[in-house]
Design a protein around this ligand. Structure first.
Ligand SMILES: Nc1ncnc2c1ncn2[C@@H]1O[C@H](COP(=O)(O)OP(=O)(O)OP(=O)(O)O)[C@@H](O)[C@H]1O
Ligand SMILES: [Mg+2]
Length: 325
């Protein structure tokens, strides 16, 4: 059953078309990644689904509730961790969760139990009575995720959950996301521009560029659509006709002593292939990544026009203005 459905979801700010006709159908229990560069429309899409931003046109529903007609019902069904931190840093971890639980009307009996469950889930039980001002970036993000889950939402939205964190902390956050999705049976919708990480954690990804979904599939299928692995061999006189005739070879290019072969399952066929080619000087294998998929679809790298860790739409607006000059 689809927990989130959108139909031609669109948002314009004057002449800026932030989101242009997005159609999505996200299943219960899925970890779904929205990938795209700065300004692609990720935060705006999530903002509309969480009823913070009103769509210009199109429609969407969460757990069967229309986001425009039934905003309160939708809000009770979603949890959100914003791109910009929103913890109250003069409160302790426990107090932050308690405040949220009260806002969501969780009864006092249930409150205590649920808060300790969530603190345990993100390994913050020991630090629950410390002010969040003293938490590290990774700890704050974990507490925000715990807060997003407190009221048992059907869908948890995580906008750039690992932005600005170091690689080790990022890896741990992804572990927590997987653990949360499994344990709480929550559908997780996350945005990121770390393609490799999305590849590892997401069941499906939607690649978004200039407000439009340009590809949507399981990461493995998206990579498969690249046509296979690329084997690059430096050699003088390869037997091109014989190589082209091999059943697993899809494409062969030879230029200036560099032979490029696009093929299926390079790791299985490489030794047989090398056996046929005399005078091999060096070999490189490139297995396609989601970044390659992105470059193929858009013609540019996801980081081309994006300072790696600058995040909010305010940054995007500043960049947009800069570009206009
Ligand atoms: N309130 C707003 N007013 C005007 N323009 C906006 C507003 N919010 C977003 N935009 C513009 O809409 C586009 C999409 O922005 P959005 O924040 O959704 O992108 P994003 O994919 O989340 O980018 P990032 O990776 O930088 O977070 C950008 O061009 C942005 O400048
Ligand atoms: Mg954003």
């Amino acid at each position: 059953m689809a927990i989130i459905e959108t139909r031609k979801l669109t948002k314009s700010y004057g002449s800026i078309q932030a989101v242009r006709g997005v159609d999505l159908s996200i299943e219960k229990g899925e970890i779904f990644g929205l990938l795209g560069p700065n300004g692609a429309g990720k935060t705006t899409t999530i903002g509309m689904l969480c009823t913070i931003i009103r769509p210009t046109s199109g429609s969407a529903s969460i757990a069967g509730y229309d986001i425009v007609q039934r905003p309160s019902a939708v809000r009770s069904k979603v949890g959100i961790v914003f791109q910009d931190p929103t913890l109250d840093t003069i409160l302790t971890g426990y107090e932050n969760l308690e405040l949220h639980a009260r806002l969501y009307g969780i009864t006092s009996a249930l409150r205590k139990k649920r808060i300790s469950e969530m603190l345990q889930l993100v390994d913050l039980t020991d630090r629950r009575n410390d002010l969040t001002r003293t938490y590290s970036g990774g700890m704050r993000r974990r507490l925000e995720m715990a807060r997003g889950l407190l009221h048992r939402p059907a869908a948890l939205f995580l906008d750039e959950p690992t932005l600005g964190l170091d690689p080790q902390t990022r890896a741990r956050i992804w572990d927590y996301i997987r653990k949360m999705a499994r344990k709480e049976q929550t559908t997780v919708i996350l945005t990121t521009h770390y393609m490799e990480e999305a590849d590892q954690v997401c069941d499906r990804v939607g690649i978004i560029d200039h407000g439009q979904i340009i590809a949507l599939n399981a990461p493995g299928n998206l990579k498969e659509s690249m046509g296979g692995d690329l084997v690059i061999i430096r050699t003088k006189e390869p037997p091109l006709v014989k190589i082209k005739a091999l059943p697993y070879v899809r494409e062969v290019k030879f230029n200036d002593g560099v032979l490029e072969i696009t093929m299926k399952d390079a790791h299985l066929h490489l030794s047989g292939l090398l056996f046929m080619i005399p005078g091999v000087e060096c070999v490189e294998i490139r297995v396609p990544t989601l970044s390659d998929v992105f470059i193929k679809l858009t013609g540019h790298d996801i980081r081309d026009d994006s300072a790696e860790d600058s995040g909010s739409w305010i940054d995007s607006v500043a960049r947009y203005r800069q570009k206009g000059k």
